[in-house]
Design a protein around this ligand. Structure first.
Ligand code: SF4
Ligand SMILES: [Zn+2]
Ligand SMILES: [Zn+2]
Length: 326
């Protein structure tokens, strides 16, 4: 098998693109895919300093590396989820990357900064992944705004997006379908949220990290069991094996043909969002979902009110640490 670009021996085959690459040309391919995605969706403006959400896994570290190599002054933010040794090791990978590349990593920790961990939230009959996703969305957005970043980058890849799309279609969830875009606009309490890896699959981000010698968290999260998206990923992988390109076609077809029809459908588009009575975040209710989750996870007897029975407030920036160069 030869590299399509330079005819050297190929190290990776990409059946979805009917092609194969040597190591150097594969890195070029990844950079091209990400650069084109950023440009196509106007994800990052000239001179804008993006904040990259880092989990310590292959996707977010590959995305950070790619952004830096494409010339973006991207800083990172890592949220400790309190999932035992798994979270400890994830944090170590994030810090090691920041240190090696001499870049800034903002850190915050769910347990010390908010008062609960994902296993504690799960003990209150919350699905761990829903509590986790909600916490990440809320806290990473808050940190971005507090530190003056206008764009928050996440490492969602094609496999993630295709699996989420599959789940949203299975439930015909129009609110989520309307918001499933590579770019969600900023303003009204939101930093712009962008996903520059949507044209790269998991296999590609893993190969990218191996070739670039980026160490990343390979353990599966111990709370992942029962995660519906993992099931959807398995299904889509089987379809992809039989018919390479299925995921790209499914996701890109949605963006091309279906997404435009959903314009104006989401709560944000309709202007239905007010402010949370406690933290001020955008919400359709009196209290935002994250404040309700915090009440539930820190005090199961607590009945959520705008001020909270104990006037609980998230602690301020004093506990947040920054590693790497500024
Ligand atoms: S598997 Fe679930 S709980 Fe674990 S990090 Fe992912 S979203 Fe969070
Ligand atoms: Zn080549
Ligand atoms: Zn709130």
């Amino acid at each position: 098998m030869k590299c399509r670009r330079c005819r050297a021996d190929a190290v990776i085959e990409l059946p979805q693109h009917r092609t194969a690459f040597c190591a150097e040309c594969f890195l070029h391919h990844c950079r091209q895919q990400v650069r084109r995605t950023i440009e196509k969706y106007s994800m990052i403006g000239a001179g804008e300093r993006p904040l990259m959400a880092i989990s310590g896994g292959k996707d977010s570290l590959a995305a950070w590396d790619l952004l830096l190599d494409l010339g973006y002054d991207a800083d990172g933010v890592y949220l400790g989820l309190g999932i035992g040794g798994y979270s400890d090791r994830s944090g170590e990978y994030a810090r090691a990357f920041a240190h090696q590349r001499g870049v800034k990593l903002i850190e915050l920790d769910l347990a010390t900064d908010v008062g609960f961990t994902i296993p504690e939230a799960a003990a209150q009959r919350r699905t761990p992944c829903s509590a986790c996703g909600l916490s990440k969305r809320h806290l990473l957005n808050t940190v971005a705004l507090e530190h003056g970043y206008t764009v928050l980058v996440t490492g969602h890849n094609l496999d993630d997006e295709a699996a989420v799309l599959f789940g949203n279609v299975m439930r015909w969830d129009t609110e989520y379908l309307a918001r499933q875009q590579p770019v969600l606009p900023g303003g009204d309490g939101f930093a712009r949220r962008v996903k520059p890896l949507v044209r790269l699959g998991e296999r590609e981000t893993a190969a990218y990290c191996i070739i670039r010698r980026i160490d990343y968290q390979v353990e599966e999260c111990p709370m992942a069991e029962g995660n519906r998206h993992l099931g959807y990923k398995e299904l889509l992988n089987r379809m992809e094996e039989r018919s390479p390109g299925t995921k790209l076609e499914f996701y890109n077809g949605f963006l091309r043909r279906m997404q435009p029809l959903l314009d104006g459908v989401s709560s944000q588009d309709k202007g239905d969002l007010g402010s949370c009575g406690r933290c001020g975040s955008p919400t359709t209710g009196e209290l935002c979902a994250f404040c309700r989750l915090t009440d539930q996870a820190t005090d199961p007897q607590h009945r959520s009110t705008p001020r909270g029975r104990r006037g609980r407030k998230r602690r301020n920036n004093s506990r947040r640490q920054v590693v790497g160069a500024g």
